[in-house]
Design a protein around this ligand. Structure first.
Ligand code: IMP
Ligand code: MG
Length: 178
């Protein structure tokens, strides 16, 4: 896998340090309360597992699988829920946990659709933010890092289902996907 990596952007130590900070920030913001972390599968699974262990208030975990309608090159912004939440979020504090926000269309749609279920609060947490291609304006409440407009892989994030198990975040060589 290593030969496919153009550059390592965030190594294990850098990721761990920032995730610890995010965990402390979330713990402070919700002190005395409970939160449901909603992981968007599969990309956020490794980030969520590490982040949850840096939070010292009660954390419940639930997961969704979503997919954009149409081909991936032209995101329509309408997402199909492949796997829905198992728990009712009425009156609960929820934090949507994403791996990377690119156009923002997926999350802005998802946020709206979860809002209709009357949670007490909704926050958005993403490990990576790729602001260059943003189409849907959105507030990111907890953000790990900004990344350049390149194809990112590792630490949960894939290209064609590969590279998720890399312990770092890197840029994929163009020749792999072109
Ligand atoms: P968007 O914000 O609606 O454009 O889509 C975000 C989703 O696209 C993320 O959850 C990822 O699954 C995927 N994605 C966006 N950029 C990348 C990337 O650089 N590498 C791998 N997946 C990406
Ligand atoms: Mg994703």
């Amino acid at each position: 896998m290593k030969k496919d990596i153009e550059k390592i952007l965030l190594d294990e130590k850098t990721l761990a340090k920032r995730i610890k900070e995010l965990g402390q920030e979330i713990s402070n913001d919700f002190m005395g309360e409970e939160i449901i972390m909603i992981g968007i599968l599969k990309g956020s699974s490794i980030f969520l597992a590490d982040l949850a262990r840096q939070i010292d208030i009660p954390v419940y975990m639930d997961y969704m699988v979503v997919s954009s309608y149409g081909n991936s090159a032209q995101t329509s912004g309408v997402v199909r829920i492949i796997k829905d939440l198992e728990e009712n979020i009425d009156g609960k504090n929820i934090i949507i946990v994403e791996d990377i926000i690119d156009t923002g269309l997926t999350l802005s749609y998802l946020r709206k659709s979860l809002m209709a279920r009357n949670p007490k609060s909704i926050k958005i947490c993403t490990l990576l933010d790729k602001p260059a291609r943003r189409e849907a304006e959105m507030v990111i409440d907890y953000k790990g890092f900004e990344v350049p407009d390149e194809f990112i892989i590792g630490y949960g994030i894939d290209y064609a289902e590969k590279y998720r198990n890399l312990p770092y975040v890197g840029i994929l060589k163009r020749e792999v996907y072109e």
